[in-house]
Design a binder for this molecule. Structure first.
Ligand code: ADP
Length: 505
């Protein structure tokens, strides 16, 4: 057995390759950002070829930094931005258009039409655990087939295939056009398409037919931890690809949330809280998603409740790139600390509508409570607080659905270095917020899935021992202040609703 495991983390803003050792420590990282393409309001695209090229580069980069080669790597795992949909021609390896990113809202009309067939937004919820929303992959594939010249004919002739980013990278790593790349996804990614039956873990032909998606386009659904194939070229030549988990499920796995009732919250482009519900699928009454958490080889599938928030860290990016009031993301912390409080300002970043627990695609962003008193420090503070308030809404929903209040929250992702945010988060939730030693839990989770499949780690107990606490924030705000500011937040949310009219494309 070689000494290390590699993990490819194909995120919304960048692609990383990380090398881990047995205690779960990071040996090397290489990372490349890719272009965010905004062709018009509400549309978000990625160039899948750029992402594949970046993937090859960061694999080579991470191995070179650690002075390693493929002989030192036992297996590689993949974790990825979920729901982002790509359609490509399997005989040329060329995508038919850019990947449509999870944040993209162009499928609103398709979702409305499907809802009108009966059952409204909950039409498929009992089978797939998800409400009809622009977020998920299935309607994005339908949009591509309806709008890209010649795509439907080619798809019906069996020439085109669909995949989320995991499938695209796996297909290319395992040989692509030339060497018969495998066309496979794992249960967690499949559970974000709106096309997979949560119980049978297979594609639902009726839903695919209603969305007019040929079954021949869909990848084979496999577990999250097994050998799917071997790398057929590049720096990892001959290395088995042995784990796939959608990014949020990977972070849950990396946080070793293996027991029923354990939860983590990841603070990245968006925020995603997942609660392990074990072998039970818990239908949500409070705006959460029922989703696959993981499936290790032949073991039974483990399910989760999920609260997905579209815009958290990307609001910080927006303040940097679109407003220019900070020049880097970490600067927001100092700017926010230049004032004592939010000065009455509340920022609801409903840029892609509102996801959990509201699921309101008609909402758009609003900055409310403004007076002449408010300055850019208050706005920076309101932007950070937005992340914490949105998380409180999701935690309340989680507690209501599960009936067992969470006692502490494990956190990870790019924003958890922000101490001011973490303290405010503990204050607003009134529970402890705990950051682990390895904050790169997403990449770690995919490494764990791959390492388990090849026997690098023996079992879940091996992984539990790797988890250690780095820092804990305990609530300090008094309850009156907490409930008053949260009440204002909820009022601010109501101001964003009903903004988009029916006649808007
Ligand atoms: P993803 O995996 O979704 O691409 P990451 O986990 O890498 O995202 O987190 C990146 C996000 O974190 C960015 O949206 C960035 O704006 C935000 N971010 C990074 N550093 C800070 C910070 N110090 N304070 C607040 N937000 C931050």
């Amino acid at each position: 057995m070689a000494d290390y495991i590699a993990s490819i983390d194909q995120g919304t803003t960048s692609t990383r390759c990380m090398i881990f050792d047995k205690p779960g420590s990071v040996i090397a990282v290489d990372q490349k950002e890719h272009e965010q393409i905004f062709p018009r309001a509400g549309w978000v695209e990625h160039d899948a070829m750029e992402i594949w090229n970046n993937t090859r580069d960061v694999i080579g980069g991470a191995l070179a930094k650690a002075n390693l080669n493929s002989d030192n790597i036992s297996a590689v795992g993949i974790t990825n931005q979920r729901e982002t949909a790509l359609v490509w021609d399997k005989s040329t390896g060329q995508p038919v258009c850019n990947a449509i990113v999870w944040q993209d809202t162009r499928t609103q009309k398709i979702c409305d039409e499907l809802a009108d067939l009966g059952g409204g937004a909950e039409r498929y919820k009992a089978k797939v655990g998800l409400p009809l929303a622009t977020y998920f992959s299935g309607p994005k594939v339908r949009w591509i087939l309806d709008n890209v010249d010649g795509a439907r004919e080619k798809a019906e002739a069996g020439d085109l295939v669909f995949g989320n980013m995991d499938t695209w990278l796996l297909w290319n790593l395992t040989g692509g056009v030339d060497k018969g790349g495998v066309h496979v996804t794992d249960v967690t990614n499949a559970s974000r398409t709106m096309l997979m039956d949560l119980t049978s873990l297979s594609w639902d032909e009726e839903i695919a037919a209603e969305m007019k998606i040929p079954m021949s386009m869909l990848p084979e659904i496999r577990s999250s931890s097994e050998v799917y194939g071997e790398c057929q070229g590049g720096a990892l030549l001959g290395t088995p690809v042995a784990g796939i988990l959608g990014d949020q499920q990977a972070a849950t796995f990396g946080q070793v949330c293996f027991e029923v009732g354990t939860a983590k919250n990841t603070y990245g482009t968006g925020n995603f809280m997942l609660l392990n519900t074990g072998e039970e699928q818990v239908p949500s009454e409070n705006g959460l998603l029922t989703t696959l958490c993981y499936k290790i080889g032949d073991n039974k599938p483990i399910y989760a409740l999920e609260g997905a928030i579209a815009v958290t860290g990307s609001l910080v990016q927006w303040m940097r790139d679109n407003l220019g009031i900070i020049s880097s993301a970490p600067e927001i912390e100092d700017l926010a600390k230049s004032v004592d409080d939010n000065g009455g300002a509340y920022f609801v970043p409903a840029f892609s509508g509102l996801f959990a627990p509201h699921w309101r695609s008609d909402a758009r962003g609003a900055l409310v409570g403004l007076t002449r008193f408010v300055n850019k420090g208050h706005i920076a503070r309101a932007a950070l607080e937005a992340t914490a308030f949105q998380t409180r809404e999701v935690l309340d929903a989680m507690n209501a659905d599960s009936g067992v209040p969470l006692k502490e929250l494990r956190v990870d992702g790019g924003m958890v270095v922000n101490e001011a945010l973490m303290q405010f988060q503990a204050d607003i939730l009134d529970v402890d917020v705990v950051r682990p030693k390895v904050a790169e839990t997403t990449a770690l989770g995919a490494a764990y899935a791959a390492g388990l499949a090849v026997g690098y780690w023996a079992d879940e107990d091996d992984l539990r021992q790797n988890w250690g606490e780095d820092k804990r924030w305990t609530p300090q705000m008094d309850s009156d202040a907490r409930e008053k500011t949260y009440r204002n937040w909820k009022k601010a949310v109501t101001k964003t609703l009903d903004w988009v009219d029916d006649d808007v494309d």
